[in-house]
Structure formats: C-alpha cells, structure tokens
Ligand binder design. Structure first.
Ligand code: ZN
Length: 184
C-alpha cells in the first residue's frame, strides 16, 4: 500500500512531466494514472507511473512516467498458451531512458539499480533512448529500464498484455507481483 501523500505526489509529478513532454492527455484521463511500486514500498527507486490508453486482445499501449532515476525491476514476459510471450516496444518522448538487455555488458552504463537490489539485475547491455528514439524487447528476454536524471516519459506498445505471465528476478517483487524467474 502506497501512502496517500506519496501517491498524490507521484501523480502530480507525472502530470507535470506529461505537460512538459507535450503529450495531450484529457484531464479526465489524468485521474486514471496508476502508481506502481511493485509491492516493495521503495517507489522513488523501484516503480513507475502509467496510463493505459489502449488494451485490446492483441495490443496494449501505455504512457509511462518515470521519476528521476526510477527503475522498473528486471523481468521477462514469459510464454503462455500458444504465445511466445509479450513483445514490448519503448519509445521515449521526454527525458532520457536507459533500456537494459542481455548481451555484451556496456562499459560504464548510465543505468545503476539501487545497490541493495543489484544482485537481482543481470542484463547489462544498455541502449540509451532520447526523445523520438525507440527499442523493442523480444518476448521472454530479461530486461529492465531506468529513467535519466530528469525522469522520462515514454510510450510502450505491447502485444497482448500478459502481466500475469511476467517473471521478476527480485524475490521481493515476485512475491508481490507475480512469479520469480524460473531458472533455465
Ligand atoms: Zn517488460
């Protein structure tokens, strides 16, 4: 449970970032901004704010607002049914976004997870997204992302949203939000 004052503050900062980003959102929709702390109560470090603008059986579009340095913890969108898992495209609108994927570790990456949770982050290949740039994460691939020092506003375009199939690397997050990554 996020304290009411923190919830209000996160929503207000999100609205301000949306305004700065120049994204047109109807005032009534602003009330639908969801504040997600992944159940671990460290919102300024681990969390995100989102507005779901489309959610159909085939496509989900979200507007994400990340506070400065705020991190979405490492996770993968695993297979379910006859689907290989969710594909996810990040398109930066404002600020700067660091997207971290498996592969050759980037020397001196911009992104840095909270020190006390670092052991739950293993993808260190960094793509830095400036406004207008985008990156697609394939299904079932461990990834995480973090906002730059200003924060970030981004669109995400996802194939059939399957949050219930998400697997998290941090056991504290997995306990509250879904499944722990199954070892390969
Ligand atoms: Zn994801």
């Amino acid at each position: 449970m996020i304290p009411a004052d923190q919830l209000t503050q996160a929503r207000e900062r999100s609205c301000e970032m949306i305004r700065q980003a120049g994204v047109c959102v109807h005032p009534e929709q602003l009330a639908d901004i969801q504040v997600v702390d992944f159940g671990i109560g460290e919102l300024d470090q681990i969390g995100l704010q989102m507005l779901v603008v489309a959610n159909t059986p085939v496509l989900t579009v979200k507007l994400l607002m990340l506070l400065p340095g705020q991190t979405c913890p490492q996770h993968r969108h695993g297979p379910f049914g006859d689907s290989p898992g969710k594909e996810e495209t990040f398109r930066c609108v404002w600020g700067e976004l660091y997207v971290m994927m498996p592969g050759e570790p980037t020397a001196n990456p911009h992104a840095s997870p909270p020190a006390h949770r670092r052991e739950h982050f293993s993808s260190w290949n960094e793509t830095v997204l400036q406004p207008g740039e985008q990156f697609t994460s394939p299904p079932d691939t461990p990834h995480w992302f973090q906002a730059g020092p200003q924060g970030a506003v981004l669109w995400t375009y996802e194939t059939k949203s399957t949050d219930q199939a998400d697997q998290f690397d941090d056991p504290d997050v997995a306990e509250k939000c879904g499944k722990l990554v199954e070892s390969d």
